[in-house]
Design a binder for this molecule. Structure first.
Ligand SMILES: [Fe+2]
Length: 488
C-alpha cells in the first residue's frame, strides 16, 4: 500500500497521532447500508492493510457495546486500501444502536444508527406514517474551493479545473456549496441516501490532477476516489448510504474508445471492471447465486411502506473485460431476477414500488438509453411500478407518468397507471451541468432545472401520497415539488 499518496489516510494519520491505534488499521471511510431484511445493517470501513477478522462492537448505549459481529476484508489489485465488511443481524426495529469498528479493543469514535421500522403496517396502525429518503446521482468529489482536489489559487489550476469551472459559469465563483455539504446540512431530514450511480468521478482524474504531476495514472485515480469516500463519512457513518452502478464507476479511465473493456482503461491491465465499486460497497443481495458477484450491481430492499429496486443500466458489466461475452445474456439474467422480484412484492405490505437506474430512457437529451428501455420498461409497466428515478443526464427533468413506448398517462399525477419518471443528475462533478437543448425537448417534460446543483428529498407520506422535492444544494431551498397520488 502506498501510504504517501493515500489521501484518505492523511486524516487518519493526523487523527491517531496521539492514539495507540496503528495507522495501518485505523478505520476510515465508515459507511453503513440497509440489508435485504429490515433487521440487518451492513457496516463497512477501510484500512491500509487487511484485517483477518474485522469486527463491529455494538449495543443499545454508548457505554454498553456488549455484542460483537465479525466479517471479512477484501481488496483489488490497484487499490491502496482494504474494505472491511460486517453485517449485523437480528436488530430491533426503529431502535438506535451504537457501534464502533475495530481491529482491537482500542477504539475509534463510537457512531450510531437507527434501524428501519417494521416493514408493512402495524396491526394497530390505521395508516402508514411518513418517511423520507434522499436521492442523488452523478455526484463527484468537490474540493474546498470548487470541484477537484486542488485549491484554485494554485498556478496549476490553469489546467483542468479552472477551465472547466469557468466553462460552466456557475462554478466560477468558488466556494460553491456542494451537494454533499447540503446533504450533511440536511441530514436530519431524511432516513437514508440512495446514490444512483456515477460515484466520485475518479475516472476524470486526468483533468483533476495538476498538469506537472508525474504521478502515475493509478495514483491520480486513487487520490480522487479516496477523497470522495472520505467526504461521505459525515453522512454514511450513521445514515444508510445505498448505491447503484453508473458508467463512471466502470473503470479507471474514460478516454479510450471502449470504456467497457480492460483495454479501455488507464490504470493498467490489472484494474478490472467495477473493481472499486464492488469492493467498497455492500448492498442487499440481488442474486441467490454467489458466483454472480452481483449483489451490489442490482438488488432490492423493503423500507417500511415501500419496495426499492436498484437496476443496473450498465449492461456491459457482463463483459468484464471480455467483449466476446454475450451482453444480452447478462441482461436476461437481470430481467429474470427483476420479474421474480416484482412478482414477489405484496402491495398491501409495501404499497409503493420505487425503481432507481442510472441511465434514462425517457429524457430530453441526446444520451438516452434505448437498450435500457428495451430491457426493463415492459416489466416496470406490467407490475405497476410507481416511480422511476434516473441520473446520468446532468440536469433535472421532471416528466409525466409515461406508459409503454412514450405514451403520456392522461391521469397525470392523479392515480396514473404508468410509472412516473424523473431524472436528477445534478449532483455536481467536474463535467458540470448541461442545458436542455430545444431540439431534444420532449412532450412529456413538465419541469426542467439546468443550472443548479441539487438533490432530491422524497417523502412517502402514507400508502397513497408521495412528494418529490428538488433541493438546491447552494441554499437548501425547494425549487420544484410535485405529489403523486395513488388510489390503493
Ligand atoms: Fe452517467
Amino acid at each position: 500500500m502506498k501510504l504517501s499518496f493515500l489521501v484518505s489516510v492523511v486524516a487518519a494519520i493526523q487523527a491517531v497521532a496521539a492514539s495507540p491505534i496503528p495507522v495501518d488499521v485505523f478505520p476510515v471511510q465508515q459507511r453503513i447500508a440497509l440489508g435485504k431484511n429490515s433487521d440487518e445493517m451492513s457496516i463497512s470501513w477501510n484500512t491500509l492493510r487487511d484485517i483477518r477478522r474485522p469486527r463491529v462492537y455494538y449495543g443499545l448505549s454508548e457505554d454498553s457495546l456488549d455484542r460483537v459481529e465479525y466479517g471479512m476484508s477484501s481488496t483489488y489489485s490497484t487499490s491502496w486500501t482494504y474494505s472491511n465488511h460486517v453485517t449485523l443481524k437480528g436488530l430491533e426495529p426503529n431502535t438506535t444502536y451504537y457501534y464502533k469498528v475495530s481491529y482491537s479493543e482500542q477504539e475509534p469514535a463510537i457512531r450510531s444508527f437507527t434501524t428501519p421500522p417494521v416493514v408493512g403496517k402495524d396491526e394497530l396502525d390505521h395508516e402508514f406514517k411518513p418517511f423520507t429518503f434522499a436521492s442523488v446521482a452523478d455526484l463527484g468529489h468537490v474540493g474546498t474551493q470548487g470541484l477537484g482536489l486542488y485549491p484554485s489559487t494554485s498556478e496549476d489550476m490553469d489546467f483542468g479545473i479552472r477551465n472547466v469551472l469557468e466553462k460552466h459559469g456557475i462554478f466560477s465563483k468558488p466556494p460553491v456549496k456542494s451537494t454533499f455539504e447540503s446533504l450533511v446540512e440536511h441530514v436530519d431530514e431524511y432516513d437514508f441516501v440512495w446514490h444512483n450511480g456515477d460515484i466520485a468521478y475518479a475516472d476524470n482524474f486526468l483533468e483533476e490532477r495538476q498538469p506537472h504531476s508525474k504521478a502515475p495514472n493509478v495514483e491520480a485515480f486513487n487520490r480522487v476516489l479516496n477523497a470522495f469516500y472520505d467526504s461521505t463519512e459525515p453522512v454514511s457513518s450513521f445514515k444508510p448510504y445505498m448505491v447503484g452502478p453508473g458508467n463512471h464507476d466502470i473503470n479507471c479511465g474514460t478516454r479510450s474508445a471502449d470504456i467497457y473493456t480492460d483495454a479501455g482503461q488507464e490504470c493498467g491491465s490489472k484494474h478490472r471492471s467495477f473493481a472499486g465499486y464492488l469492493d467498497h460497497y455492500r448492498m442487499p443481495s440481488g442474486s441467490p447465486d454467489p458466483e454472480d458477484n452481483l449483489p451490489t450491481m442490482w438488488y432490492s430492499f423493503d423500507y417500511y411502506s415501500a419496495h426499492f429496486i436498484q437496476i443496473n443500466t450498465e449492461l456491459e458489466f457482463g463483459m468484464d473485460g471480455d467483449p466476446t461475452k454475450d451482453i444480452k445474456g447478462q441482461l436476461q439474467k437481470q430481467r429474470e431476477w427483476l420479474k421474480r422480484d416484482l412478482e414477489s412484492v405484496d402491495r398491501k405490505r409495501t404499497p409503493w414500488v420505487i425503481v432507481e437506474g442510472h441511465r434514462p430512457w425517457y429524457a430530453s437529451a441526446k444520451n438516452a438509453c434505448p437498450e435500457c428501455q428495451e430491457g426493463f420498461e415492459d416489466l416496470l409497466n406490467e407490475y405497476n411500478v410507481d416511480l422511476v428515478l434516473f441520473g446520468h443526464v446532468h440536469n433535472y427533468q421532471r416528466n409525466q407518468p409515461i406508459g409503454l413506448d412514450g405514451e403520456i398517462d392522461p391521469a397525470g399525477l392523479n392515480n396514473p397507471k404508468a410509472p412516473w419518471y424523473i431524472i436528477n443528475g445534478s449532483g455536481g462533478q467536474l463535467e458540470g451541468l448541461d442545458p436542455v437543448a430545444d431540439k431534444h425537448l420532449k412532450d412529456y417534460l413538465v419541469k426542467k432545472i439546468e443550472e443548479v446543483l441539487g438533490w432530491a428529498k422524497i417523502t412517502v407520506h402514507n400508502s397513497t401520497h408521495l412528494t418529490y422535492e428538488f433541493i438546491a444544494s447552494v441554499n437548501g431551498t425547494t425549487l420544484d415539488e410535485a405529489t403523486l397520488v395513488k388510489v390503493r
